[in-house]
Design a protein around this ligand. Structure first.
Ligand SMILES: Cc1cc2nc3c(=O)[nH]c(=O)nc-3n(C[C@H](O)[C@H](O)[C@H](O)COP(=O)(O)OP(=O)(O)OC[C@H]3O[C@@H](n4cnc5c(N)ncnc54)[C@H](O)[C@@H]3O)c2cc1C
Length: 390
């Protein structure tokens, strides 16, 4: 069997794995990206992605931004708590940036990245499912199947961007998991009010509802209890819109139409640590978060960006990639950002679903206090946009 050798092998060609492959390629580091599925025409994932201004800057540097067919700016975020007083409005001016972020379609981003990899001839193999990983102090050896054939490849640095499936094979990496018993229902929605760049995050006792500006309508991410998710997904359109209106309220007038609905089970899953011998984890493989406040991909993109930086530094200083010093530097640099992202989304996902009136009052007060203190608003907004280092 022919065994290929690469400086870096990335397993998983989701948006984070592709971002890393493009970023390494642009800096002259040879890598191989293996993706189990990966045919862009077949990727129909309907989820919207709210990208922070910081992610926009990274995607621009990677040459992906200009290939996105639909980008909707978020100029203001309106945060409220259903049936309780208190609300906060965050504007781009509060954060000192031209816009708070942008909404794009996951499948558009996927195709734009794939196109960029194709243009630059990034080494990318689709339909390649990694099955086995063997690691020693000098290298990682992987086995994968492609078109019915068993293949092998060897690398000095293995990066897992596979959403968290393979790391269980690696000694020393453990996952902590919390199931929310919730699903996110996503759909494109039209309302009688026209969208003007305002994103809504409305907390309810069952979970948050996000309505993000998208094209000439809104992209809905509605968190519902696991027990009612199937029933909500199978409602006819008008009953679905009536229920959504009931939960969200009147701010957007009448809910006029809905596109196809899809559901995603929600879980918090994070690896500890995110590195092992000759191995680093990025994106959902390192941390899978609740979608409230749209942090997951933004965080994963910063993982890919920082890892590229460490790989380049390590290659320049020692001409060796994947040494423990390099891996530790990557893990240390990402620690605060990923801990903050986890704490932020996990707290938001849980705190507002309480039935305790006192805690609900406290949450409402928190939103009002945040609204009246511009320096704190700026602090929160900049951390949502640029990560824990603001
Ligand atoms: C409803 C919803 C809304 C969201 N909204 C936002 C948002 O607004 N903003 C935001 O920043 N984030 C958001 N997220 C989170 C975001 O979607 C994820 O963080 C992001 O897609 C993770 O990308 P990834 O590349 O790390 O992993 P994945 O997308 O999970 O990709 C992993 C890839 O690895 C491949 N793979 C798996 N196993 C193997 C194997 N053995 N061999 C080879 N390949 C393999 C898979 O085929 C897949 O392509 C949302 C999530 C949900 C569920």
């Amino acid at each position: 069997m022919v065994v290929d050798h690469f400086d870096v092998i990335i397993v998983g060609g989701g948006p984070v794995g592709m971002a890393l492959a493009i970023s390494l390629h642009e800096r002259g580091i040879p890598s191989l990206l293996l993706e189990a599925q990966g045919v862009p025409e077949q990727v129909k994932d309907p989820r919207p992605l709210a990208l922070s201004f910081g992610s926009h800057l990274i995607l621009q540097k990677l040459g992906v931004w200009s290939a996105l067919p639909q980008i909707t700016p978020i100029t203001t975020i309106h945060i409220s708590n259903r049936s309780h007083f208190g609300r906060t409005v965050l504007t781009s001016k509060d954060a000192g940036v031209p816009t708070l972020g942008y909404v794009v379609n996951y499948h558009d981003l996927y195709r734009a990245m794939h196109q960029q990899m194709h243009i630059h001839s990034v080494n990318y193999r689709v339909g390649a499912t990694v099955t086995t990983i063997k690691i020693d102090a000098k290298q990682a050896q992987i086995e994968y199947q492609q078109a019915g054939e068993n293949k092998q490849a060897i690398t000095r640095l293995l990066v897992l961007a596979d959403g968290g499936r393979l790391a269980t094979q690696i000694e020393g990496i453990n996952y902590h998991t919390h199931t929310y018993h919730q699903w996110a229902i996503v759909a494109n929605i039209k309302t009688s009010a026209t969208q003007s760049g305002l994103a809504y995050e409305r907390f309810t006792s069952e979970g948050p509802i996000a309505l993000l500006p998208s094209g000439d309508g809104f992209a809905l991410v509605w968190t519902v209890p696991f027990s009612s998710a199937e029933a909500i997904l199978s409602l006819d359109d008008s009953t679905f819109l009536a229920q959504l209106h009931h939960h969200f309220g009147d701010r957007l007038g009448k809910f006029m139409s809905t596109g196809k609905r899809s559901g995603f089970p929600l879980v918090l899953k994070y690896a500890s640590p995110t590195i092992a011998c000759r191995t680093a984890l990025v994106g959902n493989a390192a941390q899978t978060l609740h979608p409230v406040a749209g942090q997951g991909f933004n965080l994963g993109l910063r993982d890919a960006w920082e890892l590229t930086h460490e790989i380049i530094q390590s290659s320049a200083l020692t001409s060796e990639i994947g040494l423990s010093r390099m891996l530790k530097a990557y893990a240390n640099k990402r620690q605060i950002d990923r801990d903050a992202g986890k704490l932020f989304t996990h707290s938001l996902a849980r705190i507002f679903i309480t039935d305790l009136p006192l805690l609900q009052t406290f949450c409402g007060m928190g939103l009002s206090v945040l609204d009246s203190l511009p320096p704190i608003k700026r602090f929160v907004a900049r951390r949502m946009i640029f990560g824990a280092r603001g």
